[in-house]
Design a protein around this ligand. Structure first.
Ligand code: OGA
Ligand code: MN
Length: 301
């Protein structure tokens, strides 16, 4: 049976998919239909997908090479709950399955997910899709919001489009964490090399859809050739524009939802919930992108 996609917003951003079981091996046609759906909607929601870590990893590999989770990479083995380095632990639990304490470092770092961002934009080859599976969800709060960066780009006025056309931004995990009070030294000497800023185009062209996207992220700390305060103000202005409610879909989680988003065409953020008393256990796999963004073709030939 072909899969069915129902748009979740009037603009057609985010779609809800039915008639498919992602825990079973998929046919090439099914994978292609999901890729086409991703190009069209930017975010796809699937309900009732009872993944184990292994079936989530197997399903994710249909879409490309998996990234190692930056959270896993930058933490000590004794602090990690999940065995697989490709599985990002988006939970408030420690390795004994207990709620993390208020002062727990992993808890505080994870609060950075509440800033609007695009996953792994601090990597030279940033992420393509992220696949987030809900295992346990809190009673209230803890939604995930997604912003449509294609529509946000289209809605810029022509002067702004011209102004940003050739801009190159600098991204680092240190820049996003700095916004919530972390210092670069807090990452430890062993992680300093992972904080070196990488460069990406601010206006990206997507050859699959022929559309442009605004490539924004909390990880941005500068624009090449610009004074830092001026760069940060432009990024703030553009972010404020891009996250207007008309560009946003808010996902309210149920257990066993799987949400896939395209980091090249969306930003997202976690919303608050009572993480000192309610369990929220989500697990993310991430597909590596297809190349650097600085040299990419900007217009269709
Ligand atoms: C992520 C992320 C948001 C959330 O998994 O990359 O930002 O709501 N998650 O947990
Ligand atoms: Mn994220």
């Amino acid at each position: 049976m072909p899969l069915t996609i129902r748009p979740l917003t009037p603009s057609g951003f985010a779609g809800e998919v039915s008639d498919i079981d992602l825990t079973q091996p998929l046919t090439r046609d099914q994978v292609a239909a999901i890729d086409d759906g991703m190009d069209q909607y930017g975010v796809l929601i699937f309900h009732g997908q009872r993944f184990t870590d292994e079936t989530q990893l197997a399903f994710s590999r249909n879409f490309g090479e998996l990234e190692v989770s930056s959270g896993a990479e930058m933490s000590k083995a004794r602090d990690r709950r999940l065995a697989r380095m490709e599985m990002a632990d988006i939970s408030n639990l420690d390795r004994d399955g207990k709620l993390r304490a208020a002062s727990d470092r992993m808890r505080l770092t994870a609060l950075g997910n509440r800033l609007w961002h695009s996953d792994a934009s601090f990597r030279a080859v940033p992420a393509k899709y992220s696949l987030l599976s809900a295992r346990v969800v809190p009673g209230t709060g803890g939604n995930t919001e997604f912003a449509d960066m294609r529509s946000a780009y289209d809605a810029l006025d022509e002067d702004m489009k011209a102004d940003i056309e050739d801009l190159v931004t600098e991204h680092s995990n240190a820049f996003s964490r700095e916004q919530i009070g972390f210092l670069k030294v807090d990452y430890g000497a062993e992680n300093q090399d992972k904080l070196t800023p990488v460069r990406h185009r601010l206006a990206r062209f997507d050859p699959r859809t022929g559309r442009k996207t605004l490539y924004l992220s909390a990880h941005i700390g500068g624009i090449v050739g610009w004074p830092v305060p001026e760069a940060r103000m432009l990024i703030r202005d553009l972010t404020e524009h891009a996250v207007q409610r008309r560009f946003v879909y808010a996902h309210v989680w149920s257990p066993w939802d799987l949400v896939i988003w395209d980091n090249r065409a969306t930003m997202h953020r976690a919303r608050r919930y009572n993480d000192l008393s309610d369990v929220r256990d989500l697990r993310r796999t991430t597909i590596r992108g297809d190349g650097v963004t600085v040299a990419q073709i900007q217009r269709a030939a």
